[in-house]
Design a binder for this molecule. Structure first.
Ligand code: ZN
Length: 430
């Protein structure tokens, strides 16, 4: 960290950040570094209560919505000023780590407080208000699906449907929210931008000898459940030319899928993870083969192109094997870029601190992926030791935590001083 504040820097207090990190880790933390703070559990409730007290003590106004998303608003500008949301999640996996999610929430707290202090010290008005967020059930460990709170917030998931999700013991989200006192009634508006700091959870940064990254793209997936339909026959008596072998068509297609992936380098993952064969007998020509196909990419264009190619290959495989095909279901999760304006803002903030900002893809989910549907969003990443995530040995050093938090604070400070046009967010939203 620079000793002299540079322009557009709101120096954070690294000790205060560490004490926040230690405080939140007492709820569900074990001596070995483990963390078990399943969403809406007793531990999660206690951590939320702690965060709510911290909000009250530090000038934030708490709001809780109907799916239990917990917000803390710092009002620095007029009621109609833009709102920049910043945060992550404090739920964890069972026997997970301390930093996944929780760092993003406490870093948001520290960054907003630092920016507020700096603005006050300079007697400067802010162009925006800040809203800290702790999303409900990011992990999807206790209730499925993951990203439940952020998906309800954006309207992508139905509230009543989400409240009816049950855990392994048959306890619903609704009951759990009531039990810990977080069945809220507040209506929180979609913000004008969302910034999330998260641990990388991978080894790209450490292998490059770098400390900071920006997730610039999120991967999407196209999932097909496809059936080839042939004719059941004896594998001995039936002449080869008369066979309609559904499994043979599946084999042709699986080889083609691999070929399609090689045509797109590292940007496309393809798989058939499951195959159901009927009647699945050693001496019966298969009448039906159902393939569970996945195409994954960070590029919407590549996903669409791969889907176009696979449709052609399905027809070719069916023709070659003398069978027909039937698409039983298609499930699409879109790929896309995060907001270019926020990415540039993060790159500039990192550069001012003498840090590179490596561009990363997120293949798994983040709440910011859900929110990027409705407003400009970005996820910043600090390196994880050995790339470990969802394990007690998950670790990000205090220095790296402070670096990510400082970059976050500097971004927020620049937006506070210059408005969201500092991040060219209107361009990013197009
Ligand atoms: Zn996370």
């Amino acid at each position: 960290m620079p000793d002299v504040p540079t322009p557009f820097s709101a120096p954070i207090n690294a000790e205060r950040l560490q004490s926040l990190m230690e405080a939140v880790s007492t709820f569900g933390g074990g001596p070995d570094g483990s963390m078990t703070r399943l969403t809406l559990s007793r531990e999660d409730g206690m951590a939320r209560d702690w965060l709510g007290r911290w909000f009250a003590e530090n000038g934030f106004e708490q709001a809780v919505d109907a799916i239990g998303n917990q917000f803390g608003k710092m009002t620095l500008a007029g009621a109609n000023a833009p709102v920049v949301m910043v945060g992550s999640h404090i739920d964890s996996q069972p026997n997970g780590g301390r930093f996944d999610g929780a760092l993003g929430v406490v870093a948001a707290c520290e960054a907003v407080v630092s920016v507020t202090e700096r603005l006050k010290a300079e007697d400067r008005l802010s162009a925006c208000n800040f809203q800290i967020v702790n999303w409900t059930n990011e992990e999807g460990a206790r209730f499925q699906p993951s990203l439940l709170g952020s998906s309800v917030f954006t309207g992508a998931a139905d509230l009543e449907w989400a409240l009816d999700r049950t855990d392994g013991d048959g306890i619903s989200v609704r009951q759990s929210l009531e039990e810990i006192g977080y069945a809220g009634k507040d209506k929180v508006e979609i913000p004008d931008a969302l910034i999330e700091l998260h641990i990388e959870g991978d080894t790209t940064l450490s292998r490059a000898g770098e400390r900071f990254g920006i997730f610039t793209r999120f991967w999407g997936a196209t999932k097909y459940r496809l059936a080839f339909l042939g004719r059941q026959a004896h594998t001995g008596a039936t002449p080869m030319a008369d066979r309609k072998d559904a499994l043979l068509a599946a084999a042709y297609l699986m080889a083609d899928l691999k070929q399609i992936s090689t045509e797109h380098g590292l940007d496309l993952h393809t798989s058939v993870g499951r195959l159901e064969v009927y009647p699945n007998s050693p001496n019966v020509v298969p009448a039906e083969a159902v393939l569970f196909i996945e195409l994954r990419s960070g590029s919407p264009e590549i996903l669409a192109e791969a889907e176009r190619k696979i449709k052609i290959k399905i027809d070719e495989a069916a023709l070659k094997a003398g069978v027909t095909s039937e698409v039983r279901s298609i499930d699409r999760r879109k790929a896309g870029p995060f907001a270019p304006g926020l990415i540039a803002l993060a790159e500039n903030a990192a550069a001012r601190l003498g840090q590179t900002a490596r561009r990363l893809d997120t293949i798994g989910g983040h709440d910011a992926v859900a929110v990027s549907d409705v407003c400009p969003a970005v996820v910043l990443a600090v390196r994880s030791r050995d790339g470990v995530i969802h394990h007690p040995t998950e670790y990000t050093s205090p220095e790296d935590q402070a670096l990510g938090t400082q970059i976050l604070a500097d971004m927020l400070y620049k937006i506070a001083c210059e408005g969201l046009q500092a991040a060219e967010v209107s361009e990013a939203a197009e």
